[in-house]
Design a binder for this molecule. Sequence first.
Ligand code: PAF
Length: 214
Amino acid sequence: MKIVNLIKDVKEEIRTYSGESIGFVPTMGYLHEGHLSLIRQSKKENRHTVVSIFVNPTQFGPAEDYDKYPRDIKRDERLMKELDVDLIFYPNTEEMYPKGFCTYVDVVRMGSVLCGQSRPTHFKGVTTVVIKLFNIIEPDIAYFGQKDAQQLIILKKMVEDLNLKVLIKAMPIVRDEDGLALSSRNSYLSKAEREAACFLPTALKKMQEQIRGG
Ligand code: PAF
């Protein structure tokens, strides 16, 4: 497993793959079983698997948790080594957004509803970093969890509208024993908050049963 920080080194490494299939799992690190399920799927379906770890500042609003977003690169490295990932791309902010950076990709309208109402710049930051990562890594398939449903739909739209060659694969939500969807940010929750959050999957499940039952 190789870890590289520079775009030119990723490109050089990718060249050695000589056109063999590349699966890509973009992450912000602090990996959990949800991320690992994406990596396992990529390993099954591709000759090479690349994972990026980058806490992307452009998808955080000014009052959001960019500084305290959980990070543990040593643990992430160990987990990825166990899964035999080929390449980790772990750039710093200057590498991804050099001084003077001013080009953004925005899937208009879709990014301003639902979560976008309270996070008006979030999805523009996601699409911008993801298209940059696609251009750097040039994957055949990229894997995203269905937990971030709006992100997934917006990324699929970006791929369609901009005629990108990558295939976006949606993977099922991975849940904890108490039903809560795994998320790096769950580490912020107190016991009481976690209990309250568990009402969400319980309510969703009930609604699903009722809809299915007519
Ligand atoms: O889902 C995430 O972890 C992030 O939004 C992503 C896709 C890695 C872009 O920073």
